[in-house]
Design a protein around this ligand. Structure first.
Ligand SMILES: [Zn+2]
Length: 102
């Protein structure tokens, strides 16, 4: 059990350890015996840690999309070469007199 003093009326009351840990983790509201809502504010260190994690995730996502875009650009260049080669072979076949290819 944890003892907590209500931040509004000052009443000291006990909270089960599991509930205390859960509210500390999720920031949800719990109530003093007089019905006043309480919640734990996220610490600056915790907010900074969370923001750093989000920044790292965003960086990784950005990196993935940049790699994907580079791969697609290479694929386009490759397909343009393939298409140019096919066009060249088709022109050669037509010049050899294979009108069925037209
Ligand atoms: Zn209270």
């Amino acid at each position: 059990m944890r003892s907590i003093a209500c931040c509004v009326c000052g009443t000291v009351f006990s909270v089960d350890d599991n509930v205390y840990a859960a509210r500390l983790r999720d920031g949800k509201t719990f109530y003093c015996p007089n019905g006043q809502g309480q919640s734990f504010a996220e610490s600056d260190a915790s907010q900074i840690k969370k923001l750093k994690r989000q920044l790292a995730d965003a960086h990784n996502t950005n990196q993935w999309w940049e790699n994907h875009a580079r791969h697609l650009r290479n694929e386009v260049v490759h397909l343009q070469h393939v298409a140019a080669g096919m066009k060249g072979r088709l022109v050669q076949e037509i010049r050899k007199g294979k009108p069925e290819l037209l």
